[in-house]
Design a binder for this molecule. Sequence first.
Ligand code: G6P
Length: 369
Amino acid sequence: VTAEKAGYAHFMLKEIHEQPKAYRDTMGSRIDAAGGKIIFNELKLTPEQIHKIDRVHIVACGTAYHAGLIGKNAIERLARIPVEIDVASEYRYRSPIITPQTLVIVVSQSGETADTLAALREAKRCGATVLAITNVVGSTVAREADDCIITWAGPEIAVASTKAYSSQLIAFYLFSLYLAQVKKTQSSEYITEVITALRALPEQVETILGQFEQIKNFAEEISTHSDLFFIGRGMDYAVAQEGSLKLKEISYIHSEAYAAGELKHGTLALIEEGVPVIALATQEDLFEKTVSNIKEVKARGANVLGISAEDEHEMIKSVDQHFAIPKTLGLLTPALSVIPLQLLAYYASLALGNDVDKPRNLAKSVTVE
Ligand code: G6P
């Protein structure tokens, strides 16, 4: 068994460490040799069809849904197509407006999740084009969708998804860039800039992994608490939701992810002396606003771990502990900022003596609705 885990104590830790490779493999031949263009040879979707798409629906469950939140942001920003996103178990029941001009993107690590599959079938019945982002070649979702982008994360064994999620982010970035390239919604210089930043991510992830001790210490601190909060704005809020889910899944500590600006409308009442708050502030345009939210929780006694770029001195001054992530484009920060949150969940679970790879009540793949 240890051999299967390549020397790691758990599959989850092994899979966390496989992310640089998963990023490289998912980018693979989808970036041309010169690093200036996205190539999607596997897609049947034609440029003519892409020009006709007037809305995108993203549908998924759990962690894959959280990847979809980033996907929505990337598609809207880069390709300027409006995107709606739903959890698959809600999608069919709200009578979504699906037309032949709708592109429905279903995201599923396993490609077998019952709710996601039902959403895919409903979308097809309504005449939409369905694109699957999945990690399993030949899975039901991969077979039934019109098109498929495989995330080359390799087999994921731990119930708590890590490398599948982050590879889904990479798939979304590539696909959004591809849409932008076809629709000419971004200059080729900007596309090249994003591609260059994408290619730098694997090494930046290595850097973060090398700093695990700092997160391990904070994880041990929080493991004695029963409630904590994750806050952030924009894409940081989406990553906060994934961090909170990861922690709940394997540590069983209750946590909530909150849009930082929404705190004052209710949740602030729960902040008291010593409550841990993990604050993400990686988005330059939202930075000052998030820092002022951090000051609000600090004033009420919160114990804050701040996550931002290394040179954000204002942030570093305002928090109890700071974890620095390497500089990248705002759009791509989720692919880096999620790593410390995965490590936080892992080490909190470990400190509590839980079964990290097989949390209670949860299954890797849920094939009932
Ligand atoms: C289960 C797993 C989650 C996963 C979700 C969706 O709940 O425990 O980790 O995110 O299903 O799975 P999928 O295979 O569709 O991505």
